[in-house]
Design a protein around this ligand. Structure first.
Ligand code: MRU
Length: 347
């Protein structure tokens, strides 16, 4: 992976044909491999099994999935309705990250606004729109990085949770975009990365990305953050988000809430870095965010071996909601907002 490479991209084989190529995030850091997704069903599975993961990246995966659905229905007499059904199906793959729903809606707008065109012409427009969304994602992350780098003190150590990096987006990253932009100005910054059980996105993906960029990175387990805050070894926390309510309550990977509480106790600023597309203008507070429950094996099986008795109960929520009062600011492509002012982005 190099910084110019896209985590997910549409490979055009003709104006009305192609496939989605993505980095397989389930096997990093053991293997670095790209997979080609050639049907809407394969795309549903890629999102569900987290071959592609991270809110902005699954948004783009959804946009590609709609194109694949359109190609599958090229001869349909009810083309627009049939492709919308594919969008609904893709939307049901993972419920929490609103970017998926946002990108699907962007593709549905293309369908709705071009009903009079031929199926092939509409497919061409869906492809163009998907590629535009890919390119915009990188530009947006660069802007988030620029704004965010302003709040990183010289020589700071930044704690992050999960992976909100290039791998979670098309490129550059949101929280790790802030780190990357800060590192361009100050080579002495450091990162502490939470392991992020149960899927280990921090251990497997964040450390992989950052060390490849030459950024000084220390891996800690999820229970260690408060200890290092108490030892004054953390200056600022920056994480991503999967869905932000209009009052600034922010859903992110399970464990983020605990980090925010610890940061508040130790008077350490806690920032969310996310694009406008992660804000859900239809919900007022975080209570309305649907939290994905994943299978118990993610918790009980490590390296193909059970780590506990099968008599134990297991519950595996994939995200939690950090209340707005624990958030210092939300870094977006439009600047940094107090959480209770984020609604202003919607006029
Ligand atoms: O379950 P995941 O790996 O998709 O969860 C990802 C996160 O929680 C990220 O922090 C979030 O999507 C922001 S990515 C820029």
């Amino acid at each position: 992976m190099n910084s110019a490479e896209k985590t997910i991209e549409w490979i055009k084989t003709s104006s009305t044909d192609g496939f989605s190529r993505m980095i397989d995030q389930t096997i990093i850091p053991y293997e670095y491999k790209k997979v080609d997704i050639k049907s809407s069903e394969e795309m549903y599975d890629a999102i569900k099994t987290m071959i592609v993961r991270g809110a902005p990246a699954i948004g783009i995966a959804g946009a590609h999935g709609v194109v694949l659905g359109a190609i599958e229905n090229i001869n349909s007499a009810n083309f627009v309705e049939d492709v919308k059904k594919v969008a609904d199906y893709l939307n049901s793959s993972r419920p929490t990250a609103v970017n998926l729903n946002w990108a699907l809606k962007k593709q549905i707008e293309v369908l709705e606004n071009n009903k009079e065109k031929t199926n092939s012409e509409i497919i061409e427009l869906l492809v163009e729109n998907a590629i535009k969304l890919e390119d915009e994602d990188i530009q947006i992350n660069k802007k988030i990085g620029e704004y965010g780098s302003e709040i990183i003190p010289k020589g700071a150590t930044i704690l992050t949770h999960c992976n909100a990096g290039a791998l979670a987006t098309v490129g550059w990253g949101t929280a790790l975009g802030v780190v990357r932009s800060a590192f361009e100005k100050d080579k002495t910054i450091k990162v502490f990365a939470d392991e992020t059980r149960p899927r280990g996105q921090g251990a497997r993906l964040t450390t992989y990305e950052l060390t490849r960029d030459g950024i000084d990175t220390t891996l800690i387990t999820d229970g260690m953050g408060a200890y290092f805050m108490n030892k004054k070894m953390i200056d600022v926390v920056v994480v991503g988000a999967d869905r932000i309510a209009l009052n600034g309550d922010s859903a992110n990977k399970i464990g983020t809430y605990m980090v925010a509480i610890a940061a508040k106790y130790h008077n350490i600023p806690f920032y969310i870095a996310a694009p406008k597309s992660t804000i859900d203008p239809t919900i007022k507070t975080g209570d309305e965010i649907v939290i994905e429950l994943r299978n118990k094996e993610e918790v009980t099986i490590v390296n193909d071996k059970p780590i506990c008795t099968d008599k134990v109960n297991v519950i595996n929520p994939s995200f939690d909601v950090t209340p707005n009062e624990l958030i210092t600011g939300i870094i977006t492509e439009y600047g940094i907002f107090k959480p209770n002012e984020i609604y202003k982005l919607f006029g």
